[in-house]
Write a protein that binds this ligand. Structure first.
Ligand code: HEC
Length: 125
């Protein structure tokens, strides 16, 4: 019986590790994309990091974005559009929670395909 459990554990580990490796590779790719696209001047991945004024961050931490939109139908498409086209200071989605009034359009810095990849990665944080 004990022996069986060991075999099952070993099997599970050997099945899991390629998955974990693929995930780490994806994380590294996405992190590279965020820095080459300039997102990190305004965003952080985890919350709790203060902004330049020592208080609110410029843009919402992505873990908060994930919490806000995860599982909502159309979230991926909606956020991809916001990333590419920017947001409006007159209808801020993060009013009072961030120091930035709006996000500028990022279409100059990132392709639509990469923006979608990044948004899907953010939603899975
Ligand atoms: C110049 C600062 C700045 C940069 C650069 C920036 N953002 Fe933002 N981002 C913001 C601000 C400010 C908001 C909050 C907008 C609001 O309140 O509606 C925001 C919001 C978001 C949201 C949530 C949108 C919503 O409607 O809730 C996502 C997702 C996001 N940014 C992703 C990105 C990605 C990906 C990049 C890089 C390609 C990026 N941002 C670059 C400032 C920035």
């Amino acid at each position: 019986m004990k022996h069986h459990r060991l075999i099952i554990t070993l099997l599970a580990a050997s099945l899991l590790s390629p998955l974990a490796m693929a995930e780490a590779k994806k994380d590294a790719e996405m992190l590279k994309l965020t820095s080459t696209s300039g997102c990190m001047t305004c965003h952080s991945i985890e919350s709790g990091k203060p902004g330049p004024d020592g208080l609110k961050p410029v843009g919402p931490p992505w873990s908060e974005v994930a919490k806000q939109y995860k599982g909502k139908p159309g979230a991926s498409e909606f956020l991809t559009r916001v990333v590419l086209e920017g947001s409006s200071p007159y209808s801020s989605h993060w009013k009072g929670k961030v120091s930035g009034l709006a996000m500028p359009p990022n279409a100059v810095a990132i392709t639509e395909g990469n923006a979608r990849l990044l948004v899907n990665w953010i939603l899975a944080l």
